[in-house]
Ligand binder design. Structure first.
Ligand SMILES: [Zn+2]
Length: 195
């Protein structure tokens, strides 16, 4: 017993009784659908990266690493499904997982944006000392000030800053970090100031 590549119905003849596609047509249709949804997924990743920088989370680095892992796993899965579809192998379960992943970057982008946008918690202003600086690339918001942490059990925080703040502060400077609690509980950084 095989399943229709497109709609997943059990199929006894070459033509699917549910959607009417032959196995060759179903392969074309399903591969086109995968390409379309992958494009939607890729746009979602771009929106996610942009949204994560508008109200930069305190854990921005971890969030972006997690986003990167989701990105590569999803693309690998998409590629694998396409490969199996070409060989007319069973793809129904993989297809459901993959199509389930497609809106994930959009959901995370919306969550991070609303977390900052709807945040009306009182700002928390904390003193910190700059202990280092890192610039990981040419992307905006890839500059980090490494500062002493005000949170329990953490030695340092990596604060996303713009080029201006990155140049302005040096190792050893005492600064004020304005943090916000976040509307959905993801702490983010409003800005850094001189004491
Ligand atoms: Zn079908």
């Amino acid at each position: 017993m095989t399943r229709c590549l497109d709609c997943g119905s059990d199929r006894i003849a070459d033509q699917c009784p549910a959607c009417g596609l032959t196995s060759a047509a179903a392969e074309l249709v399903v591969r086109r659908r995968i390409v379309k949804r992958t494009a939607f997924f890729l746009v979602g990743i771009i929106v996610f990266v942009a949204a994560s920088q508008i109200f930069p989370a305190l854990e921005l680095d971890s969030i972006q690493i997690f986003g990167g892992v989701v990105f590569f796993l999803s693309l690998a899965l998409g590629y694998w499904i396409d490969y199996r579809a070409r060989k007319h192998q069973e793809i129904e379960a993989l297809k459901r997982i993959y199509f389930g992943m497609i809106p994930v970057p959009w959901i995370f982008a919306g969550l991070l944006f609303l977390n900052g946008k709807l945040d009306n918690s009182r700002p928390v202003r904390v003193p910190a000392t700059v202990v280092g600086k890192v610039a990981t690339g040419a992307f905006p918001r890839s500059r980090r000030l490494i500062v002493t942490s005000w949170r329990y059990g953490r030695p340092f925080e990596h604060i996303a800053v713009d080029q201006n703040d990155f140049d302005r502060f040096q190792k050893g400077d005492d600064i004020i970090v304005q943090a916000q609690k976040g509307a959905v509980g993801i702490p983010w950084v409003y800005g850094v100031f001189r004491q």
